[in-house]
Write a protein that binds this ligand. Structure first.
Ligand SMILES: NC(=O)c1ccc[n+]([C@@H]2O[C@H](COP(=O)([O-])OP(=O)(O)OC[C@H]3O[C@@H](n4cnc5c(N)ncnc54)[C@H](OP(=O)(O)O)[C@@H]3O)[C@@H](O)[C@H]2O)c1
Length: 284
């Protein structure tokens, strides 16, 4: 199966090299800018194509590693050529193969979505870490089964999901990464309003964040949960809720706290969290 990449960015570089090092023949790269294609081809050990038509002709599997908003139009571009019996893949977490490649079955081709659940931040270094990433697979059943077998042979974790689950799956990933970023930004703002410098605020929460994340990842959120909600310290939580001048900040605290009460209730079934639930509910 000769594989090519259209879109020589972070994922094109990284996945291309990752596949090539594991014996998949990665034969070509095409990109909006010729220099990007050449750079990627040099890094992967492939050929930089000037013409999309030639790349399509020479490839069995074509990865469209362009930004999500461009995947559909890039597919329409390559579908002008003969893509019969070829596999077209994208790496977006949010889109299904069917959304990205309308009319693919009519063209006699197969669509797959192969999403590395990993922050691919570097063109040149991230490929080394992909071995530990979880890959989420969706699309044409037979082709996905082939990818699933290949990843498993490489001892890489995979999960198959349905087209309907893709956006929910992506929202789940955003909660675990981007939304944590939002929570930390909120915490830093509040510490700065207590007199911490920007630099000290980040330094001050570093051991707290690191240790908390380590515990969550090692033992799961239920075992890792500590603090006033878990202790059922209603007074402290009630005071916390009063310290937010801004309603949207209070809503943020409230929503996450409601989730924590659910977790605390499971962790300590003997404790009664009813009054905690009530003060949180009344708070907005
Ligand atoms: N980065 C991540 O952490 C990550 C993780 C999982 C999945 N993904 C998915 O992987 C895909 C690629 O993401 P990426 O992070 O590799 O993006 P990226 O680094 O921005 O690279 C995208 C490449 O696509 C080309 N491109 C940009 N705009 C274009 C346009 N309008 N028309 C044609 N080509 C265009 C660019 O090529 P030129 O250099 O030639 O201009 C660019 O190098 C996306 O679907 C993304 O959701 C990303």
């Amino acid at each position: 199966m000769k594989v090519s990449f259209v879109g020589a960015g972070k994922v094109g570089f990284s996945l291309g090299r990752f596949f090539a090092e594991r014996g998949i023949p990665v034969i070509g790269c095409w990109s909006r800018h010729r220099e990007s294609a050449e750079e990627a081809a040099g890094f992967i050990g492939a050929r930089a194509y000037d013409s999309l038509k030639d790349l399509v002709r020479d490839s069995d599997v074509i990865f469209l590693t362009v930004p999500d908003g461009v995947i559909k139009s890039m597919f329409q571009e390559i579908a002008k050529y003969d893509i019969e019996n070829k596999q077209i893949c994208h790496c977006s977490g949010a889109m299904s193969a069917e959304d990205a490649f309308p009319g693919i079955h009519e063209a006699g081709a197969y669509g797959c979505s192969i999403h590395p659940l990993f922050p691919v931040s570097s063109k040149y270094d991230s490929y080394r870490e992909l071995q530990d990433a979880f890959f989420c697979l969706q699309g044409d059943e037979e082709q996905i089964r082939i990818w699933e077998d290949w990843f498993k042979k490489q001892s890489v974790s995979v999960q198959k999901i349905t087209a309907e689950s893709k956006i929910r799956y992506h929202a789940a990933c955003a909660i675990a990464s981007n939304l944590v970023c939002g929570l930390i930004a909120q915490s830093l703002e509040m510490l700065e309003s207590c007199g911490f410098s920007e630099e000290d605020a980040l330094k001050a929460i570093t051991p707290l964040v690191r240790s908390n994340i380590d515990h969550i990842l090692e033992y799961g959120p239920e075992k890792a949960l500590t603090g006033p909600v878990e202790r059922c310290d209603v007074k402290t939580v009630s005071e916390h809720l009063k310290c937010f001048a801004d309603k949207k900040d209070r809503m943020l605290y409230r929503s996450v706290t409601e989730k924590l009460i659910d977790i605390a209730g499971k962790k300590n079934p003997e404790r009664d969290y009813t009054s905690m639930r009530e003060i949180v509910k009344k708070s907005c």
